[in-house]
Each structure stands twice: as C-alpha cells, then as structure tokens.
Design a protein around this ligand. Structure first.
Ligand code: SAH
Length: 348
C-alpha cells in the first residue's frame, strides 16, 4: 500500500502516470484530499470508477489508526494513535470560540529528555516519528474540519517528544503544513527544551514559524534537577542562543513556564525571571502544572499566578496564563497514553 499522505503533488502525479493515468488526475486527487478533506477514494466523484478502484486497492490515506479518543466538555479532542509498529502517540485538537482551530501534535514516540514533571518524559524514548507520521496528525484534523466547512488554523509541536531532537523530519513536516495545508508560518509553533545548537540552526532557516522555549526555572541547580538537558546546555547558554535568535530573526520568543505550587511560583522567582529576560523581545506563557503520576507537584493557584505576572511586569516582561484545555480528559502531554497503559495492566 502506498500512503498518499506521504507524497508531494509531483510524486502523486508520477505515481498516477506510472499506472497509465493522465497527469492531471493528480490535481483532482490532491484537491479531494487537501481542499475537501475526503478520506475515502469512493467519494472522489470526478474520477473514473476504474481509477477509484485502483486507488482503493493500491493506496491508503494515512497509516495512523485511532486507538482511543476522548472529547472534553470544552470541545477539546484528544486522540491516541497506534502507529504501524504498535507505538502509541497523542494528538489534540483545540477549538476556540473564534475561528481558531489548533492542533497539538507529537514529534516522537516517547521522549529522551526525561523532564521530571512531564508524563512523556517519565515514559522514556521509543523512536523518532517520520515526516509523514508528523504531518498526518495535522492532516487528519485538517481533513475532518474541511469536511464540515471549517479549517485547521494553527499547529503547535507541543505533543509527545522533543521536536529539535528529530530536527529534519520536523522541519520537513512543518514545510508541508504550510504548502499543503495552507497553514501560515506564524500560526505554527515549535517548542523545545532548549537544544542550543538546534535553536541556532532554526534561526538560520528563514522561517516565520514561532519558537517556544520551555524554561521553568531561573537557576541551574533547580533547572537541572527537573530538566536534565540543562546539564548539557545551561541557562546562560540557552538565553544567549535566544538573544541571538531574536537578533537574527527579529521575532519574539515565547518562554513556557509550568507554574508549580511553592516551587517556581514565588514573587522572588518572578523577579529573577524578569531580570533574566529583561530587554529580550519575548512573552512568557504560564501554564499551571498538570499533575502527573510520576511527579509530586501541584498547580499554582490563581492569586499566586497573578502576583507572578505583576512581578514580571515590573521588568517589562509580558506574561499570560494559558487556559488549561481538556483537563477532564488527560489532555496534558503523554497523559492519555499513561492512563491507557495503566488500565491495560492486569490488576494485582
Ligand atoms: N519537548 C518540547 C515540547 C513538548 S511539551 C518541550 O519540552 O518544549 C510542551 C510543553 O508542555 C513544554 O513547555 C513542557 O515543559 C510542558 N509540560 C510538560 N509536562 C507538563 C505538565 N505536567 N504540566 C504543565 N506543563 C507541562
């Protein structure tokens, strides 16, 4: 079976020509797939029946199969996909009250970065995803939305995995989000733990794609304790790379900060963060911790979060609290998979 989602429009044309079809058929098939969001060859009504049958026999639309899906009260859809080799990955679709429809997709099965508070980090690394596996997660949501007259507007690479640890497939998939799904570069965000050489490389790509850095601490001892990558690239090196990125691209950088009660949410910590980021063109995204089974920490309350924002403001550093979505359906990174595996384990 040939996965059509893995082909460019030119490659699709070559394939159809090799089957003795006229080249223009590729444009028709392409439109059905990407403009109309059709997922069955039988629905491609302007194709000759013989071609539809050939496609059904020899080609597939995607390789991911849905293992489980949950829909939150707030409309968030969380999906666990099974890959061809049995690995499980998560994707989330978040509808907002405006027309925004944001997909959160995975770049790896598991993750090697081992961040203590992260459900995926607690699982360890299984493998990198291919360009096609990354792209298909967005394409699936895009197709479903198009089929009902909506469109996928934003994509964030904040699902399972460290995108910059799987750099080339991630960048290739991002380029396809732009060219094939029509998602604007400014509506795509890649999030990293802080792989410094890859941040530098990303600055040279000449893309308008947004960059987010998971910071979570201002002092090396604390950051290294919860984010092992900090032992390789410390905070000073990371912030240097961020300053270079902003100088080179003139783009604003986002810093992610999981607010953990009593740990990194004090006003003193906010002032340290303010001093660290002072003068850097940036925005701080505060995310109250999503509790996970492998980490003993609780989310910060609203009042403390407000005090944190006020302290940052004194340094001219803008910050907002990210509304937690899908909290009733384990929509935090890696959580659906952990829950599924726990249920699957036989009771002692
Ligand atoms: N590996 C990338 C992207 C995946 S995680 C990265 O680390 O940036 C996306 C964001 O969710 C990161 O900022 C990560 O630190 C954060 N995160 C992970 N687990 C979390 C949790 N339990 N609660 C709140 N935020 C979490």
């Amino acid at each position: 079976m040939i996965n059509l989602y893995a082909l460019s429009e030119d490659e699709l044309a070559d394939l159809l020509v090799s089957w003795g079809q006229p080249r223009f058929r590729a444009k028709q098939v392409w439109k059905w797939i990407y403009d109309r969001g059709v997922t069955e060859f039988g629905e491609m009504s302007n194709l000759p029946r013989a071609l539809r049958e050939l496609l059904s026999a020899r080609a597939s639309l995607g390789v991911l199969s849905v293992a489980t899906e949950q829909v939150s009260r707030d409309g968030t859809v969380k999906r666990l996909y099974r890959l061809a080799d049995g690995q499980l990955i998560e994707s989330v679709l978040m509808p907002y009250n405006d027309k925004r429809r944001t997909a959160c997709i995975s770049s790896q099965a598991g993750c090697a970065m081992a961040c203590a508070f992260c459900a995926t980090g607690q699982m360890g690394f299984a493998r990198h995803l291919s360009e096609a596996e990354i792209f298909e997660q967005a394409q699936r949501f895009s197709a479903e939305l198009r089929a009902r007259g909506e469109r996928l507007s934003n994509v964030v690479l904040m699902g399972m995995g460290e995108p910059f640890h799987n750099y080339d497939p991630v960048l290739a998939a991002i380029r396809r989000l732009m060219s094939d799904l029509g998602i604007g570069a400014r509506h795509i965000t890649v999030s990293t733990v802080g792989l410094v050489p890859r941040i530098r490389r990303f600055a040279d790509e000449g893309l308008q794609v947004k960059l987010a850095i998971s910071l979570h601490a201002t002092r090396d001892a604390e950051r290294s304790a919860s984010m092992p990558i900090n032992r390789r690239y410390n905070i000073a090196e990371l912030i240097d790379a961020c300053r270079e990125y902003v100088d080179k691209t003139s783009r604003r950088i986002t810093f992610e900060w999981a607010l953990i009660d009593g740990k990194n949410d004090t006003v003193a910590e906010a002032h340290r963060l303010g001093r660290l980021l002072r003068g850097l063109k940036c925005h701080v995204n505060l995310i109250p911790l999503n509790p996970t089974h492998g980490y003993d920490g609780r989310p910060t309350g609203a009042d403390q979060a407000d005090a944190f924002i006020d302290a940052l403001a004194e340094h001219g550093v803008p910050a907002t609290i990210r509304v937690r979505r899908g909290i009733d359906i384990d929509a935090g990174c890696g959580q659906l998979k952990s829950t599924l595996l726990k249920k699957a384990r036989p009771q002692a």
